[in-house]
Design a protein. Structure first.
Length: 257
């Protein structure tokens, strides 16, 4: 039997079985994101939160997600709506800058409430045809700002892109491209703040690799869906996530957060 020397491959606080679990979960969550455009990152974040040190959770998750989204953007490159990604990025840079300059942390319940209401509105509301560019810029600004506080803003970005009424391939590809840049901004900030990524690089590389396999499987699933089925599934997912955010807002408010 081949024995693996885990020294140097994993941080001391992570057991080998945890690494194997995360490799499998990374593949599964990337499949979800590739098929529906959202959801996988939040599931991965929730799983990592149960097995990783709190201080490493958001930065390491950000690196894994930038790799996962880059793979998804690569295989769907010709479907990406570049103008939308650019507008989201411009707004995101402004929002991230503002968020980084704010010294007083906003209440968690207010952040969850704002995002939850927007996500539900995007799932069921009507967007004026003339509001597309404004929604992208404001949505990018909001997601860039919020990622400095709550990290997982994938549902907000997906909700903004949904207002463009793109076909399913363009929607998933555009969301992946936008999230690559947003996660890139976030990991850059953590790097400037002094977080040491080096001990996690072998694990991150493995999770990105298994995540890419999940992306390929998810793309096949996406190809098999019609646009109407995709939009229906996306609306249901956004509704569930929006309601979850409202529940988190209520819980944080009751706990004084």
């Amino acid at each position: 039997m081949i024995e693996v020397d885990w020294a140097g491959l994993l941080p001391n606080e992570l057991a080998p079985w945890v690494a194997i679990l995360l490799l499998v979960v990374s593949a599964f969550t990337s499949l979800i994101s590739a098929a529906f455009g959202l959801g996988g990152g939040l599931v991965l974040l929730a799983m990592m939160a149960t097995v990783m040190p709190a201080a490493a959770l958001v930065p390491v998750h950000g690196v894994v997600q930038i790799g996962s989204n880059f793979g998804r953007a690569l295989v769907m490159l010709r479907h990406i709506h570049l103008r939308a990604v650019l507008q989201l990025t411009l707004g995101g840079v402004v929002g991230a800058t503002i968020g980084g300059l704010i010294a007083v942390r906003l209440p968690d319940w207010l952040l969850f409430l704002a995002v939850g209401l927007f996500v539900l509105w995007s799932a069921w509301g009507k967007v004026p045809a003339t509001a597309g560019r404004a929604v992208l810029l404001l949505g990018g600004c909001a997601s860039g700002f919020l990622t400095m506080f709550i990290g997982g803003t994938g549902p907000l970005v997906t909700a903004v892109i949904k207002t463009l009424n793109l076909d399913r391939m363009a929607h998933v590809g555009t969301q992946a491209g936008a999230m690559v840049i947003q996660h890139g901004l976030k990991i850059g900030v953590f790097g400037l703040l002094g977080f040491n990524y080096a001990p996690y690089l072998p694990l991150v590389a493995g999770m990105i690799a298994t995540g890419f396999l999940g992306t390929l499987a998810g793309r096949r699933l996406l190809h098999g869906m019609g646009d109407s089925r995709f939009n229906y599934a996306l609306t249901i997912l956004l509704t569930i996530l929006g309601l979850r955010l409202l529940w988190m807002a209520a819980s944080a408010l009751l706990q004084g957060g």
